[in-house]
Design a protein around this ligand. Structure first.
Ligand code: MN3
Length: 225
């Protein structure tokens, strides 16, 4: 497996405890299991959506990522790089999709929501004004994603900056080096069965009832030099 693919593996598998960095690279990327039952996030995230979203959509990105990695391996083995552009685009799309969905599942828990505590709470208040200001910024940013994408809270490991970003699709508008710590999926596949066209109702339910702030805080602490 190439070094690039290995770095993807580390990003995708690394949880708050850094368990992805042990130097053993899997041959293939795998769909991580959900950290809760399919119906555990009801009524805010319905079982039917969660089943489809995890078992079909996320699984599709894992399959696409493995295919892209395989394609890169074929090119380097054969010396025929005619497919380089397509492979790089597929690697970015499916790789980012895999990373963001892996984060998204652990960013939620039954009985989530509320507010962060500790260092993360201090950082949000210090850098973004207040938790209420952050919440409004995150929701406004996420709700206004054009088409399919994500709202993202990220930390810069070097400067400590907190940034609220959009991603269109999974990979567009990324800022190199920033580490995503909280992500909200606003592709229609993430909410349409239950919330139909009411994206703000989905993002409000995510923020108020689903966010696992303990997980976000662990990711915040881990995202530093
Ligand atoms: Mn999705």
């Amino acid at each position: 497996m190439s070094a690039l693919a290995g770095s993807f593996a580390g990003m995708a598998a690394a949880g708050p405890n850094g368990e992805g960095g042990k130097g053993t690279m899997p041959e293939m990327f795998e769909l991580p299991p959900l950290p809760y039952a399919y119906d555990a996030l009801e009524p805010y995230y319905d079982e039917a959506t969660l089943r489809l979203h995890h078992d079909k959509h996320h699984a599709g990105y894992v399959t696409g990522l493995n295919a892209a990695v395989e394609q890169v391996g074929k090119m380097t083995a054969s010396g025929d790089f005619a497919g380089a552009k397509a492979a790089a685009k597929a690697l970015a799309f499916h790789g980012s999709g895999h990373v963001l969905h892996s984060l998204f599942w652990t960013n939620m828990k039954p009985g989530g929501g509320g507010e962060p505590t500790g260092d993360l709470a201090k950082a949000i208040a210090g850098k973004l004004g207040s938790f209420d200001a952050f919440k409004k910024l995150f929701l406004a940013t996420t709700n206004s994603v054009e088409g399919s994408g994500w709202g993202i809270l990220a930390r810069c490991p070097q400067t400590g900056m907190l940034a609220v970003l959009q991603a269109e699709k999974h990979e567009n508008f990324a800022v190199w080096g920033l580490v995503p710590i909280l992500v909200c999926d606003v592709w229609e596949h993430a909410y349409y069965l239950k919330y139909q066209n009411k994206r703000p109702d989905w993002t409000a339910a995510f923020m108020d009832h689903l966010v696992n702030w303990d997980d976000v805080a662990q990711r915040y602490a881990a995202a530093k030099m």
